[in-house]
Design a protein around this ligand. Structure first.
Ligand code: HEM
Ligand SMILES: N/C(=N/c1cccc(CO[C@@H]2CCNC2)c1)c1cccs1
Length: 358
């Protein structure tokens, strides 16, 4: 682990060269060294945070969506310290990123660690996610949310126990402790799922939210750790159609889809699971497109990733990636990614997992 100053000089020189500001590196590094000596940490300029967050996206080896790394909208919320101010910034993030369906990839940055002390943590995995409950009649909602839902109910929140209860925001700060906030409905856009050819699919009452926004990862820039830096993009259809709705330990919808399509589920070799899976994924893409909500199919996403690879090479940068995350869960071998090799090397700035706060 490099010292803070070593991390800073690595980042500043990389960042300023990319911004065509090579001649400012020396002066900036003097300021930074001074701050580290006086306070044990240093403060980024907005430009450093904005470009640093874009670099972190560009360095995210598991991400197929990196072609658009340079279009990230970065919101600076480092002056927020009260939980209610943080919650309002998160509501603004959702409203701005949703953009009535034309989703804008956005990241909001809050106060970083100071001399190793965490100032802010958002306990939610994603800003918008459905609750999960274990009941005597079985599981309601999203099974993955069961532990966090229990924490929310310990804090005084109470869900309606439908399959699609939106969880509250849970914000922990060093100064004020743990607070939770219900997200006003006007900031939550959802899509009802229907199929272009099978009208009975809509009777399943399936829906999903428009904006995937990861809230629990750490953004590290030049040795500074932003423990709360929620970021959103748009969905790739397979995330919803092939995992959230299809996994046995999620919403487990394949048997229901198969029976609606009158598929013979008596033997594997009918490939009924594969036919149900494709139709469920077609329904997701059709519904989001019909509702004017941004989404990308896995074939288009793979082609965009190939363009990203090309752009990086012409920018003189090596493309790094994690193959088993980059290949889509539906028809992976129909994409070029499956047939390529990727080096899973660690570049900074980047996003990392952090210890669960509960
Ligand atoms: C714009 C549309 C985007 C699409 C379609 C997209 C797609 C994806 C997909 C499909 C995954 C794998 C998720 C999984 O398998 O559970 C992923 C992972 C990831 N993406 Fe993107 N992404 C987009 C934008 C972004 C943005 C804006 C950021 C950050 C600024 C980002 C950072 C990441 C990171 C850090 C991971 C790995 C998460 C982990 O390790 O759990 N992506 N992306
Ligand atoms: N489309 C997306 N998909 C994801 C991106 C990163 C992480 C995740 C969820 O990851 C969970 C942990 C491992 N798989 C599920 C989903 C985005 C979310 C935020 C920006 S783009």
């Amino acid at each position: 682990m490099n010292s803070l100053e070593e991390e800073a000089v690595l980042f500043i020189s990389k960042c300023y060269k990319e911004l065509g500001k090579g001649e400012c590196i020396e002066k900036r590094m003097k300021e930074i060294t001074q701050q580290i000596t006086s306070f044990g940490y240093y403060e980024h300029t907005y430009e450093e945070i904005s470009h640093g967050a874009k670099m972190a996206w560009r360095n995210s080896n598991k991400c197929i969506g990196r072609l658009f790394w340079d279009t990230l909208h970065v919101i600076d919320a480092r002056t927020n310290s009260k939980p209610s101010d943080i919650a309002n910034s998160l509501f603004y993030h959702l409203e701005s990123a949703t953009n009535n369906g034309r989703i804008k990839p956005t990241l909001t940055v809050f106060q970083p660690k100071k001399s190793g002390e965490e100032q802010i943590r958002i306990w939610n995995h994603q800003l918008i996610r459905y609750a999960g409950y274990e009941t005597s009649e079985g599981i309601i909602g999203d099974p993955l949310s069961i532990p966090f839902t229990k924490e929310c109910e310990k804090l005084g929140w109470r869900g309606n126990r439908t399959n699609f209860d939106i969880l509250p925001l849970v914000i922990e700060t060093k100064e004020y402790g743990i607070h939770w906030f219900t997200i006003p409905e006007k900031y939550i856009l959802e899509v009802d799922i229907e199929h272009p050819d099978y009208p009975s699919v809509k009777d399943l009452g399936l829906k999903w939210y428009a904006v995937p926004a990861i809230a629990d990862m750490k953004l590290e820039i030049g040795g500074i750790e932003y423990t709360a830096a929620p970021f959103n993009g748009w969905y790739m259809g397979t995330e919803i159609g092939a995992r959230n709705f299809a996994d046995k330990d999620r919403y487990n919808m394949l048997p229901k889809i198969a029976s609606l399509l009158n598929l013979d589920t008596s033997k594997n070799s009918n490939l009924w699971k594969d036919r149900a899976l494709v139709e469920l994924n077609r329904a997701v893409l059709y519904s989001y497109q019909k509702s004017g909500v941004s989404i990308v199919d896995h074939h288009t996403a793979s082609e965009q990733f190939r363009k990203f690879e090309k752009n990086e090479k012409s920018s003189g940068r090596k493309v790094t990636g994690k193959w088993n995350w980059l290949i889509p869960p539906v028809s992976p071998a129909t994409t070029h990614i499956f047939h390529e090799h990727y080096n899973d090397e660690w570049e900074t700035p980047n996003f990392t997992y952090q210890m669960s706060p509960f």
